[in-house]
Ligand binder design. Structure first.
Ligand SMILES: Cc1cc2nc3c(=O)[nH]c(=O)nc-3n(C[C@H](O)[C@H](O)[C@H](O)COP(=O)(O)OP(=O)(O)OC[C@H]3O[C@@H](n4cnc5c(N)ncnc54)[C@H](O)[C@@H]3O)c2cc1C
Length: 386
């Protein structure tokens, strides 16, 4: 059977698009091909924090993410300089932390089991839509599908081929893995062990983001994952080197950043003005835009897959591939609503960078922040149609 639906990228957004498509329209399964430049299990820089919406979307696909090695954080703290809001879910974990090499490999196996073909080790070099289809050039030959889904992440080629001049909103992100708190043997860290921390203290220094500290595991050994996220919203003002606040926070808890390998990767975040499709090509996941507040993108990538699958199956039924309704379908969905709300919140909490405002927000207006998070940031997965 000719593969006329090609998904570029086998991360969560590409795999989710394929899995949702095969669930909504099983007759299309044999027509889908995923092209992935790496071989699973491939490394992917990511803290691996899965929110409940990600688990919910996977459950509706019949998948149980507890099969993947993970560490559960019992509470998540949203602080300014060490004090703020603690969120915990009664009788459950608040954040499940996976490693992306393991999670993506697991999801790829589920995709293969669903009968979808994945070709690994194929790098897409160019994408040219035309009126009869799309030409894809790769290092392993050319393809001419009817439809292309750009699921190739923040640095992907699809977006740059179809929208070479569109503005780009990109966060800077650094990450470091350390052993767990047992190596710093400090009693004051004991309460942190099962908790995930987000601390917004760098904002007054024009770093429009936060430092994180999550529990994690590598090959069964408990570790910590630290990092710093900067939306770049205050990039026109003077900022310290991005690694400095991360080093400060780690030092406060007994770790020396310079003893560990620091890695960086951008995250493209969602802005409502971003185009997300052109005739015959649509974008999902980071290629379309992740959450702007936190750079949270795994649940978002899984959500894009559901919306894109509906758009594709309807387009095939109608034999019309303009994808002109994709953006409004996205904006009307629970995913679009949360992406828009998060973009609005981002435009408030980061540019209002004064210390007094941040203290007011994270330490005094707690009930309001929790309410806004509950209605606008979380719980959107249930509003997505499958
Ligand atoms: C440091 C860091 C920490 C993060 N922490 C979290 C977190 O804790 N929780 C969370 O929810 N999100 C987190 N994110 C964001 C999350 O990693 C992304 O939002 C998510 O990976 C997006 O999924 P995706 O499928 O769109 O893209 P990706 O996961 O990037 O997958 C894209 C795939 O496309 C393939 N590809 C790329 N180019 C080509 C090509 N030319 N040809 C063929 N294949 C190609 C890649 O190999 C890759 O497999 C973090 C990101 C970073 C950088």
């Amino acid at each position: 059977m000719e593969k006329d639906i090609i998904i570029i990228g086998g991360g969560p957004s590409g795999l989710s698009t394929a899995l949702h498509l095969t669930k909504i329209a099983p007759h299309l399964t044999s027509r889908i091909l995923i092209l992935e430049k790496e071989h699973y299990p491939r490394p992917k820089l990511c803290a691996g924090g899965l929110v409940a919406d990600a688990e919910f979307i996977l459950q509706r696909l019949g998948l149980d993410v507890s099969e993947v090695p993970h560490v559960d954080a019992s509470a998540a703290h949203f602080d300014f300089a060490g004090k703020g809001i603690k969120i915990s879910v009664p009788k459950s974990h608040t954040l499940r932390v996976i490693r992306r090499n393991e999670f993506d490999h697991w999801l790829a196996k589920k995709t293969l089991e669903a009968g979808i073909e994945i070709r690994e080790g194929v790098t897409v070099k160019n994408i040219i839509p035309n009126k009869d289809g799309v030409s894809i050039e790769t290092d392993r030959g050319d393809f001419n599908p009817q439809i292309v889904i750009g699921a190739d992440g923040s640095n992907g080629i699809t977006r740059s081929c179809i929208f070479p001049n569109a503005p780009v909103y990109t966060a800077r992100v650094l990450e470091v893995i350390t052993p767990d708190y047992s190596v710093v043997a400090s009693g004051k860290n004991a309460s942190r062990i099962n908790n995930a921390y987000f601390d917004f203290f760098p904002i007054p220094n024009n770093i429009a983001g936060y430092v994180w500290d999550f529990p994690t595991q590598i090959n069964g050994e408990t570790m910590r994952c630290w990092g710093i996220y900067d939306t770049n919203l205050l990039a026109d003002q003077e900022r310290p080197p991005l690694k400095n606040p991360l080093a400060e926070e780690m030092a406060r808890h007994g770790f020396n950043l310079d003893d560990h390998e620091l890695k960086g990767h951008p995250i493209r975040w969602y802005d409502p003005s971003n185009p997300v499709s052109t005739p015959r090509v649509l974008l999902v996941g980071d290629a379309a835009g992740a959450d702007s507040i936190f750079g949270e993108g795994i649940s978002i990538a899984l959500g894009y897959g559901a919306i894109a699958a509906h758009e594709i199956s309807e387009s095939i039924r109608r034999n019309e591939f303009s994808f002109s309704r994709y953006k409004s379908r996205l904006m009307r969905s629970g995913l679009g609503q949360t992406l828009f709300a998060r973009w609005v919140i981002t435009q408030i909490i980061y540019p209002l960078k004064w210390r007094w405002f941040q203290i007011l927000l994270w330490r005094i207006l707690k009930p309001i922040v929790i309410l806004v998070a509950w209605f606008f940031v979380l719980n959107w997965g249930k509003r997505i149609k499958i």
